[in-house]
Design a protein around this ligand. Sequence first.
Ligand code: ZN
Ligand code: ZN
Length: 261
Amino acid sequence: MVIVDKSGVHRLEVRCCECPNAMSPDIQMFRHRFFPASFNRPKTVFTLDLECGTSAMNYYSKLRRMTSSMFPHLVPDRYRELMRVARQWRQLKTMKWHGFGHRSDNPSTGELALFCPACPQPGINVLLSEDESLDDDPSWKYTRSFVMDGNFKAEHLHPIKPFDEVWLSDGLGFMVGKDRYKMHLAEAADTVEKSSCNNHRAVNQANAARHKLESTGIGGVACARHGCFVPHSMVDFQKGERQATSTIKHSRVNHGSLADK
Ligand SMILES: [Zn+2]
Ligand SMILES: [Zn+2]
């Protein structure tokens, strides 16, 4: 079995417990503070203290050189596995940070992201007094204002193997869930904005269809005063700005925490 540790990459003989009542091999690995790269018959494990603030490629080649400074290319390449495990690890951490560590229920839309700590949110950072209710009170105190903006040049290419893509937190963070967004795109009318200028760059750019790209930009909603993004309100732009704006509005109206006053 290949064990990737911060001290280097090791090849060690490992035998899992095979007693009749033994736990599955992957659980046994986790119990011993190893993160297996696959779960049925793990052949590679990562130790849990492998965090480092650099790119995975840099880090892994460093580990290879530490293992064998003369022949780093002979050290087994587990870069892909490292990337995969890092994603799962990040997902687990996010779940833990947002209070899903010991719960069996799954997070719902936008629950793996935090909204602005300074904007008043009754029940979260504001306590309502007893005679106050959000329904009948003219709650000017709790009014929030939002800004919408986007980057229309953040281009994203189509994935090479779309069927291999696994979404770990689809719609749970800042981005709108892909199925919901697709549904919205299907019914959104794509109106082309005409500019009276001869060659207005911003309008042209927003209207340009770029079929080779999965998305042509990214945009979202933020609170106007502090600039914090609103969970479950960011979208990839598929066509132009007009449609994108309506998209953001749409997702915003649908978002529960924003529907309150
Ligand atoms: Zn045993
Ligand atoms: Zn704010």
